[in-house]
Design a protein around this ligand. Structure first.
Ligand SMILES: NC(=O)c1ccc[n+]([C@@H]2O[C@H](COP(=O)([O-])OP(=O)(O)OC[C@H]3O[C@@H](n4cnc5c(N)ncnc54)[C@H](O)[C@@H]3O)[C@@H](O)[C@H]2O)c1
Length: 259
């Protein structure tokens, strides 16, 4: 087991990538605190893990609120006796987050608050706990859109994910000699509830698929396997990276023809 006896927090744990990663952590022997603003959803994931013999508990919070993020870390430490891994993964899209000139300030603030401030708060309160445990691994969910531009703009979302890359790099460098590794995870388009609504529209779907060399969406379980790798000691020399798991999107200029 690659995460035997490791103690982990996963935010956005009720959603596609968070649920798959919580399950993958537990299957590798970790104790997992499944955290989400959707408390019932987080508890359902934790219960499913327990049913298969894993160790998981749930915690409801809004990652935008410092007092709740601090309480989440305290809960993990008191329940598990320490913290080794935090996967700051909660994130949102907003339908009115579009081109810069058309995006309202309230929409901008909301998306930045969840996707970037939420990651900042997760790191702020987890780092002292990781240091108390003698080190650990931070994985922050960014996105491939932080690396390449798109003409279907989501200005606040893209900016928030670019901020995650920069913040994670700073943390990686600052704590590299203190036993903490920090990496950004950059998924490509993944088959989760977050994308499902958008991809119902055939034209929107085709517009995106043409740019994926592999010609398909990724599955949450494929992301979860990378998250386990970043969390586990097998990635011990890996820190400060923008870890792309994107079906080749960011490598592509012209993609293969469909046969
Ligand atoms: N699905 C994709 O194609 C894709 C691609 C790249 C990056 N991502 C990123 O991956 C992460 C997970 O996305 P997903 O696809 O699993 O989406 P999802 O919508 O299935 O899951 C997101 C989870 O975050 C939770 N959440 C939202 N706001 C929160 C808040 N303020 N406090 C606590 N929890 C909150 C939601 O309740 C939900 O359970 C996000 O950061 C997203 O931006 C997703």
């Amino acid at each position: 087991m690659r995460l035997k006896d490791k103690r982990a927090i996963v935010t956005g744990g009720a959603g596609g990538i968070g649920a798959a990663s919580s399950k993958a952590f537990a299957a590798e022997g970790a104790k997992v605190l499944v955290c989400d603003k959707n408390r019932d959803g987080a508890e359902a994931v934790a219960a499913a893990i327990r049913e298969t013999g894993g160790q998981a508990w749930s915690f409801g919070l809004d990652v935008r609120r410092a007092v709740e993020v601090s309480a989440m870390v305290s809960e993990a430490e008191s329940r598990f006796g320490g913290l080794d891994i935090i996967f700051n993964n909660a994130g949102v899209f907003h339908d009115d987050d579009v081109s810069v000139t058309l995006t309202d300030e309230e929409v901008w603030n909301f998306v930045i608050d969840v996707n970037l401030k939420g990651v900042f708060l997760g790191c702020k309160y987890a780092i002292p706990a990781l240091l108390r445990a003698g080190g650990g691994s931070i994985i922050n969910t960014a996105s491939f859109v932080a690396v390449v531009g798109a003409a279907v703009s989501q200005s606040a979302y893209t900016a928030s994910k670019g901020g995650v890359l920069a913040l994670t790099r700073e943390i990686a460098v600052e704590y590299a000699r203190k036993g903490i590794r920090a990496n950004s995870l950059c998924p490509g388009p993944i088959n989760t509830p977050l994308l499902a609504e958008l991809l119902k529209d055939r034209r929107a779907r085709e517009r995106r698929f043409v740019h994926i060399p592999m010609g398909r969406l990724g599955e949450a379980e494929e992301i979860a396997r990378s998250v386990v790798f970043l969390a586990a000691d097998e990635s011990s020399y890996l820190t400060g990276t923008d870890f792309l798991v994107d079906g080749g999107i960011c490598a592509a200029y012209v993609t293969p023809e469909s046969d």
